[in-house]
Design a protein around this ligand. Sequence first.
Ligand code: A3P
Length: 291
Amino acid sequence: MQYSVSHAIYSNEIRKGQAVRRLPSVIIIGVKKCGTRALLEYMKLHPAIKAPGPEPHFFDRNYHLGLDWYRSKMPLTYDDEITVEKTPRYFVTPGVPERIFNMSNVTKLLLVTRDPVVRAMSDFTQSVSKGGNSTKVSFTSRVLRRNGKVNTHSSIVETGLYVKYMQQWLHIFGKKNIHLVSGENLINNPIEELEKVQDFIGVERKINKSAIYFNATRGFPCIYRRDKNPSHKCFGQTKGRSHIHCATQLNDLRVDSHTSYEPSSSVSEFQNCMADVLRSDLLQKIQTSCK
Ligand code: A3P
């Protein structure tokens, strides 16, 4: 199913006062467990940026419902405001780049990446906390095959093979419409990352430095808004949790930097595989394969 932008924008708009629901011009496409919720919540601190609450999952699951359905999920905005949505599954779902491109070939895409070993641990922790089969399976058995080779078909490994998915996005959108956000820096220096994001999407830098502060109890940045009640907002318990379930198996998997790892015989292949997608600029490494 294909849609044209003009059809999407001019047909059947839902109006309320001067504000209308608009298709997003900026989409956070992933990556799952890399800080996508934090990025969206920070971006909403900008007075011109609006976003829907839940992830719409339009281009991966709900495409058959059509663009009018998608637009109905968007917030009311005025002409000078920007609509942003985030659905991390877009990044790993085949066909999504083409679908977004068909909606608008100037859609700006944001991709948060993070050390893929830590990302895998975070994903594993989440699946264990949700129950299901993963409660009985160790992290190591999820990421390695019995013969010790990396299981690149395991979703918690595969999602971290950023290069693999990046190729389809670059092929359709090219570099200029895709901006990479460092998940690590989003925690350590959120304002710096947000300045780059604001520049990329073409809005004035208006996210106030004092609106994001480091909360020592949570161990993560939280949001402070004087005009809101409550004025302090940290993210829910599912964000920034300890990776307790992995801890014992993972001490030797932990990454000490983006390029060097603790020596480990049992999991060295996993580390090397993941390291391939971390080195320097992801976009320049696009020809590198992890397999
Ligand atoms: P962990 O819970 O494993 O630490 P996503 O929103 O894409 O699911 O990513 C969740 C991750 O965002 C968390 O993974 C956490 O590390 C990271 N994160 C970044 N900024 C955060 C913040 N201010 N508060 C909580 N988690 C944050």
